[in-house]
Design a binder for this molecule. Structure first.
Ligand SMILES: *[C@@H]1O[C@H](CO)[C@@H](O)[C@H](O)[C@H]1NC(C)=O
Ligand SMILES: *[C@@H]1O[C@H](CO)[C@@H](O)[C@H](O)[C@H]1NC(C)=O
Length: 224
């Protein structure tokens, strides 16, 4: 049930970690100020390549699990489905349940929203795992037709462990035929992520791809 949490806890116990205060960064500037903030709409999955994230940039990254596909619906519709965390049980076989934390309300979507994801397909024996996450960026530009949009959350361990950091951008880009390019990836940082890579990389990649197909089916069914 708590395979990942136990793994992370075990690793973080092995090393002293910093205090639990973990300020939220919502700017799109990379944590490494020397890095040029990427043009999110140009990012695409690369085979084995590591992609930067808004909070952590590209320094200290260990690996990226990435999924990319085309959804035949407008950017706004895909965006709204992704931020509707309370509806994940309706479509998402990878994250079939999201719960709010700390008295937050899931429908009050904002940068800083604390959530617990219940995920399937990562642990052995069909066990589900839970991870604490926090929204870091919400960006749906409002003009007649958004060219691109960004929804990002990051791993937010309760104990403020710094040995594993991870952030998950969803980048939605308007294609000229009205469809949306969906890129969903998670980049893992810090030494503890080496263990996650060893144990989970292949499963994460598979589940991200599955999640993309689930989202595509759900959104296209709604917009049909
Ligand atoms: C894991 O979650 C899925 C979806 O909610 C559920 O069907 C399944 O029974 C859960 N597995 C376990 C072992 O709890
Ligand atoms: C729009 O173009 C993409 C490729 O650029 C394609 O995969 C997609 O199926 C197209 N959508 C429609 C509705 O034709």
């Amino acid at each position: 049930m708590r395979y990942i949490s136990a793994l992370l806890l075990g690793i973080s116990h092995a090393v002293a970690y910093k205090s639990a205060t973990n300020p939220i960064t919502i700017s799109t500037a990379a944590a490494n100020s020397k890095a040029v903030p990427p043009d999110w709409a140009r990012i695409q999955c690369t085979d084995g390549g590591i992609l930067p994230t808004p909070t952590y940039g590209d320094s200290g990254s260990i690996f990226t699990a990435c999924a990319q596909l085309v959804i035949d619906a407008p950017v706004e519709q895909v965006y709204n489905a992704i931020i509707d965390f309370g509806s994940y049980p309706k479509w998402n076989s990878f994250v079939p349940l999201v719960k709010p934390r700390d008295g937050a309300v899931l429908s009050d979507v904002r940068a800083g929203l604390p959530m617990t994801f219940h995920s399937a397909g990562l642990a052995p024996f069909g066990l589900n795992t839970t991870t604490d996450e926090r929204v870091t960026v919400l960006d749906l530009p409002s003009y007649p037709r958004p060219a691109s949009a960004l929804v990002v959350w990051r791993f937010d361990p309760a104990l403020g462990a710094t040995l594993i950091q991870a952030e998950h951008p969803n980048i939605l880009t308007h294609l000229h035929n009205g469809s949306t390019r969906y890129i969903s990836y998670e980049t893992y940082y810090s030494l503890g992520s080496v263990a996650v890579q060893l144990l989970e990389e292949a499963k994460l990649k598979k589940q991200f791809v599955q999640q993309g197909h689930d989202l595509k089916a759900y959104v296209e069914r709604m917009s049909a």
